[in-house]
Design a protein around this ligand. Structure first.
Ligand SMILES: *[C@@H]1O[C@H](CO)[C@@H](O)[C@H](O)[C@H]1NC(C)=O
Ligand SMILES: *[C@@H]1O[C@H](CO)[C@@H](O)[C@H](O)[C@H]1NC(C)=O
Ligand SMILES: *[C@@H]1O[C@H](CO)[C@@H](O)[C@H](O)[C@H]1NC(C)=O
Length: 319
């Protein structure tokens, strides 16, 4: 008899706990109307009034265990940034971009697809999974936080008045979607209000900053005439006639085009492109969205697309 009542109380306590958690979740969204338009703030992740903050925030559909699943080998013995990357840094970084629509646009499926797409670029760019068997090559994202054997210091004198290289500083690849060259450090630092031109090393010392730099790149057009990867992915971008003739359509394919141009796109189904696509499909599966949500080949890849930023004519397209 006594035993039963203890269990009963325990069960009641658990029910109460669940209610509190649920209550918290809905209570954290604050809503108001501005000129007939609904805007919100939602918890500590979405702190500025915005229509996007009315939707779920990233931690509502992306839990620490899922981060661990996606990047399961990042702290393995072969990895080169052991202990550096973590879930907390990712979420902290995202709080600067969620109110702008990063993974908060278009409803839950689109939000999770954008998360998978962004992380696919991150995972592919920071993988050390080539030729590794255990766990499969796609399990090695976030294995690096910097270029290991830079062949130069990536200081371009053309920008000596706008983004002069700091004495002794080296601008090799660093970050979650690595940036290279003094001018890219300069532009990114201005946007994030961090002195990356004089302190490029910040990006290999601070995972939140490293994620923020990647999210800024994802959310910002490289040229005014082009969409950001974010807008191209979620469909905010409407292709011009020229885009359509160049086979550029909203989707994952065009995000590769924006970020890497002809290094990856317009060359058919090459390995360099398929590596990004494979990470994207793998993450869609792991997140429970399913790779069938990725859509047909012409949206998923950029195999047939004309490059936005041909590498010969665009010094600012970082590799
Ligand atoms: C928020 O999510 C809904 C679906 O749940 C979607 O229709 C809407 O477009 C989203 N809001 C924004 C601003 O993207
Ligand atoms: C890392 O960068 C974030 C974001 O810019 C900043 O808020 C935080 O204080 C930094 N952490 C350290 C230890 O410098
Ligand atoms: C159309 O696209 C081509 C190739 O991408 C480019 O060279 C050209 O400048 C574009 N024209 C316009 C009007 O944008």
């Amino acid at each position: 008899m006594k035993k039963i009542s203890i269990w009963f109380i325990l069960a009641l306590a658990l029910v109460n706990l669940a209610l509190v958690v649920n209550g918290d979740e809905s209570e954290t969204t604050i809503v108001k109307k501005v000129k007939g338009k609904k805007v919100c703030k939602r918890g500590w992740e979405c702190l500025e009034w915005s229509e996007y903050c009315c939707n779920q925030t990233i931690s509502d559909f992306f839990q620490p265990y899922q981060f661990e699943n996606l990047f399961s080998k990042r702290n393995s013995p072969v990895a080169h940034a052991v202990g550096f990357w973590d879930y907390q840094s990712f979420i902290m970084a995202s709080t600067s971009f969620q109110h702008l629509g990063f993974c908060t646009t278009g409803g839950k499926v689109m939000q999770m697809k954008e998360l998978a797409a962004f992380l696919a670029h991150v995972g592919c760019k920071t993988s050390c999974g080539y030729g590794v068997a255990t766990g499969g090559p796609l399990a090695y994202g976030l294995c690096y936080n910097k270029e290991m054997s830079p062949s130069e210091s990536y200081c371009d004198d053309f920008y000596k008045y706008t983004y002069p290289c700091a004495p002794g500083a080296e601008y090799y690849g660093r970050g979650a979607i690595p940036i290279y060259w003094n001018y890219n450090y300069g532009v990114t630092g201005e946007a994030l209000k961090e002195d990356l031109l004089n302190h490029p090393e910040y990006l290999e010392q601070n995972a939140t900053l490293a994620f923020k730099a990647a999210m800024w790149r994802w959310s910002t057009p490289i040229k005014k005439s082009q969409p950001s990867a974010h807008d191209a992915f979620v469909g905010n971008w409407k292709p011009t006639k020229n885009d359509t003739l160049s086979k550029r359509v909203p989707g994952f394919g065009t995000t590769m085009n924006i970020l890497y141009g002809d290094l990856v796109c317009g060359q058919g189904d090459i390995d360099g492109m398929n590596n990004f696509v494979s990470h994207y499909l793998y993450y869609l599966d792991l997140l429970g969205v399913g790779r069938e949500e990725a859509g047909p080949h012409e949206f998923l890849t950029c195999a047939e697309q004309v490059a936005f930023n041909p590498s010969s004519s665009s010094p600012s397209a970082s590799s």
